[in-house]
Design a protein around this ligand. Sequence first.
Ligand SMILES: Nc1ncnc2c1ncn2[C@@H]1O[C@H](COP(=O)(O)OP(=O)(O)OP(=O)(O)O)[C@@H](O)[C@H]1O
Length: 296
Amino acid sequence: MTTTRLPEAGDSRSIPAIRLDHASFGYAGRPFTDGLNVTISQGEVVALLGPNGSGKSTTVRGLLGLTDHVSGTVEILGTTLEDLSDRSRLGYVPQRHTLSNSVRSTVREVISTGQLASRSWWRRATVEDRELVSRAADTVGLADRLEADVATLSGGQQRRVLIARALASRPDVLIMDEPTAGVDVANQAVLATVLRRLAGMGVTMVVVTHELAALRGIVDRIVEMDAGHISFDGTPREYAEHRAAVSRAADSGLGQPDTNGTHPGYHDHHHDEEPEEHGLLSGTGPMDGPVEGNET
Ligand SMILES: Nc1ncnc2c1ncn2[C@@H]1O[C@H](COP(=O)(O)OP(=O)(O)OP(=O)(O)O)[C@@H](O)[C@H]1O
C-alpha cells in the first residue's frame, strides 16, 4: 500500500502552495490582520518577520485553522481552507515548544504521533509508516536516537524531534513558528542545516523567526508584518536594502522611507533544482550525511 501524494498527470508545480487574497485572521470572529495578499510558490522558503504582536503567529496559525479565518480567500495547493479535508498536507512545528519531561516517550513514539492526523485511529502503523518515521528522524539527524527517551535530549534536539514529527505525515507545506528561538548559537546552526536539507529537497517552508541570521542562505523570500499588515515582501537582498534605507531615514530624521517592496507574485531567487518528487520524504535529499552538532 502506498500513501504517496505524488502529482498525477496534469498536476502542476505551478499551483501556489499558499495563496492569500485579502485574507484576514483573528480571534472570536474579529480580524487582527488586515487583508493579506501573499502567494507562495511550491518549493519556496519564506521567512516571516515582524515585531512582537505584529500578527505572525495569528497568520500561520490561521493557515492551520487554529485562528479564525475572518475574511478573504485562503488556498492551500489550490484548495480553499474550508474545503481542505486533509490537514496533514500542512506540517506544523509550534512556537517555543519542547517536549514535556513528565511524559516518558521515545523519539520514535513522538515522531509517530505526527502520522495520527492522516491515519484512521483504528489502523495500525504500516511498514511504510514506520519507514517514514525512520526517514524523518534521519532527515533531522536523529536516526541513531530513535529509541532514546525524549526527556534525555537537549532543547535543540527536541526541536528536531518536533520537526521530524511534522515531517512524518509527509506534508506538502511545512510551517514553523520560531524553530530556532531559545536555542544556542551552535544548535541554531544544526537546525539551520536541517532546514537547508529540507530546502534542498524542495520542501515549501514558512518560517516565523526573529533570527534571520540563523537562516542565511536558506530563505528565498522575506515577508515582514507590522501591526497586522504586510510591510515588506521581497528577496533577502531587497530586504537588506530596505533595512538600510530605514536606518538612513531614521538617522536623518525623515521617518519611514517608501521602500515597501510588496510583490505577492514573487518567483525570482528560487531554488534552482526542482525536487524529483512532490512528497516530503519521498526521495533522498542532496544532504544525506549526518547532521553535525555538539549538543548536550
Ligand atoms: N488567543 C488569542 N485571543 C485573542 N488575541 C490573541 C490571542 N493570541 C494572540 N492574540 C493577539 O493577537 C495579536 C497578534 O499576536 P501574534 O501572536 O500573532 O503576534 P506575533 O507577531 O506572532 O508575535 P510574537 O513575535 O511575540 O510571537 C496580539 O495582539 C496578541 O495579543
